[in-house]
Write a protein that binds this ligand. Structure first.
Ligand code: AMP
Length: 547
């Protein structure tokens, strides 16, 4: 027997319409590329999202076609979140920190039809536009009078001029809730980047879950600063959860340095902020020497890489800000776990509470997790035994997006579970802790660097026989890559010449900090490089800028 309740599809357009109707005066404040602070309300955000939807109709975009963004966190990007997805198209958020060649590759793979970009990223667009035949329209996120005359992009459109031509009223289409809404590429650790393709259903369920008290605990009384970029897993879903709760939103735009972030927190009375550890390191680095204090900030969610204990202590003890350690992945929309204490922890000493806070946290309802050994056998939740972490749930990826015309989908699931590539323990209370990554990607400043890409470039040099790239701990960037190289017999190449060889082949921040020459690189039985052994060999190594 079926239930007799209404079957209203979950939709992204309903989030912004709800915010406009019930929190119409709620503010959205953005630091803009133009240099000023822009502020408007949810009513205006909804109106402009509808205008954008009308503009996409007029440009002739079909349902499901991709509209890309190369943009900072700001109100126009937010309008794309709702206008593009709400009208049945797919928002493809592009990480501008990728190498231009990679950007062109993902645009081609996604078959993007329209690309909207902040003027900061004009040089990238200029470099790649001739390599992106699928793109019919390039749109600069600016006023018509700010369009550069010499951009070299025939038919370049102004976002503001485009919106001005369309009505603030728009009938959002009624979509199946499983309709694709947005996509985000992971950095390829084994080959090319792969895309997670989110749906209206997964996005709205994730937005509900993220707002829960033991998750992000968001409400209409909050003023939220998502420093986590809107080009990385939908800014952890915060724009959707903010609309769902009616919270004020504060967008940092291009101002990601400690001083700019601090000023925005104080000026806009931010109560809640979200970002990767590197960002908070820059913020604390600005506050400490200047003797600054927060007047409104209460909580900050930190994830993307492990949060160092010193950071939790600094926020908590010195500034009275609660740190919520979170773990997730692009393939998980991204939230998987969040670390909030249970009742039983409240009486613990500060030291013992810290042991709990350092863990990545407990699963959110909607995500199930387990750890398994190499044979796939489930391991106990004792806080000691570690194994491969697998997840499943309503906002966890089923298969990767393959692009137009590709026949074979990439099916990552193992018996219905998604292998995260992380190695973890889970304790008896359900708190998960990442102990290692099974993949060898390097996390630098909250971004991925594929060790394989770095190795591939090195071995393209005529004097290099073998190369292995590993991450080395760095106090500011978390990790920085170095590359260990074995030269071909009789061949010569210097450290400087090899680093120079990377110029133009990888983005600047992906280029290794150093080259270490070795006689051999340790190999495993199946012919794979053993990076754990390599790390042992280099255990006394220090990065050049830390010596
Ligand atoms: P991404 O898909 O780029 O968001 O990266 C996901 C990966 O980042 C995870 O599989 C983890 O390896 C890592 N990660 C995310 N959050 C944390 C965290 N809190 N602690 C340690 N590693 C994390």
């Amino acid at each position: 027997m079926l239930g007799l309740m209404q079957n209203q599809a979950l939709s992204i357009s309903s989030l912004i319409e709800f915010a406009a109707r019930h929190h119409g005066e709620g503010e959205i404040v953005s630091r803009r590329v133009e240099g000023d602070i822009h502020r408007y309300t949810y009513i205006e955000a909804a109106q402009r999202s509808r205008q954008l939807a009308g503009a996409l109709d007029a440009l002739g975009l079909q349902m499901g076609q991709r509209v890309a963004s190369i943009a900072w966190n700001g109100y126009r990007h937010m309008e794309m979140y709702f206008g593009v997805s709400g009208s049945g198209r797919v928002l493809h958020t592009i990480n501008p920190r990728m190498h231009p060649e990679q950007i062109a590759w993902v645009m081609h793979h996604a078959q993007d039809q329209v690309v909207c970009f902040d003027m900061t990223f004009l040089p990238i667009v200029k470099a790649i536009h001739s390599k992106c035949p699928s793109v019919k329209h390039w749109v600069a996120l600016c006023d018509a009078d700010k369009l550069p005359a010499d951009a070299g992009l025939p038919g370049l459109l102004s976002y503001e001029a485009l919106l001005a031509q369309h009505a603030m009223a728009y009938a959002w289409p009624e979509l199946d809730e499983n309709t694709a809404s947005s996509m985000c590429y992971t950095s390829g650790t084994t080959g090319n980047p792969k895309a997670a393709l989110y749906s209206h259903r997964s996005t709205v369920l994730h937005a509900y879950a993220a707002a829960l008290p033991d998750v992000m605990c968001l409400s209409a009384r909050d003023s939220i600063l998502p420093v986590v970029p809107m080009f990385h897993v939908n800014a952890w879903g915060i724009p959707y959860s903010a609309a769902l709760t009616g919270a004020k939103l504060v967008f940092p735009g291009p101002g990601m340095d400690g001083k700019s972030i601090y000023e925005l927190i104080e000026q806009e009375r931010v109560t809640y902020a979200a970002g990767v550890p590197t960002i908070w390191q820059m913020l604390l680095g600005h506050m400490e020497p200047n003797g600054l204090r927060f007047s409104t900030l209460k909580r900050t969610v930190i994830g993307g890489s492990a949060c160092p204990p010193a950071m939790i202590t600094a926020f908590n003890d010195k500034y009275g800000v609660e740190v919520l350690h979170a773990w997730g992945m692009t393939e998980m929309s991204p939230l998987g776990t969040l670390c909030t204490l249970k009742n039983k922890h409240l009486g613990l000493s500060e030291g013992d509470k810290m042991k709990v806070r350092l863990k990545q946290g407990r699963a959110i309802f909607g995500v199930d997790m387990k750890i398994v050994n190499a044979e796939g056998k489930e391991l106990p939740w004792d806080g000691k035994t570690y194994g491969d972490l697998l997840v499943k749930g309503s906002w966890v990826l089923r298969e990767y997006f393959q692009g137009e015309g590709d026949a074979v989908p990439v099916l990552p699931l193992v018996d219905g579970w998604f292998p995260t590539g992380d190695v973890a323990t889970i304790d008896a209370d359900g708190y998960m802790q990442i102990t290692d990554r099974s993949k060898d990607v390097i996390k630098s400043g909250g971004e991925w660097i594929s060790s394989i890409d770095i190795e591939n470039i090195a071995v393209a040099h005529p004097a290099v026989a073998m190369a292995a790239c590993i991450g080395m701990k760095h106090p500011k960037w978390d990790e920085r890559p170095i590359v260990a190289v074995v030269k071909k017999p009789g061949a010569e190449v210097s450290r400087e010449a090899l680093l120079q060889f990377y110029q133009g082949k990888a983005a600047k921040w992906q280029i290794p900090d150093d080259v270490v020459f070795l006689d051999t690189i340790p190999m495993g039985a199946t012919g794979k490089m053993q990076k754990s052994k390599l790390r042992e060999i280099l255990k006394d190594y220090q990065l050049p800028d830390l010596r």
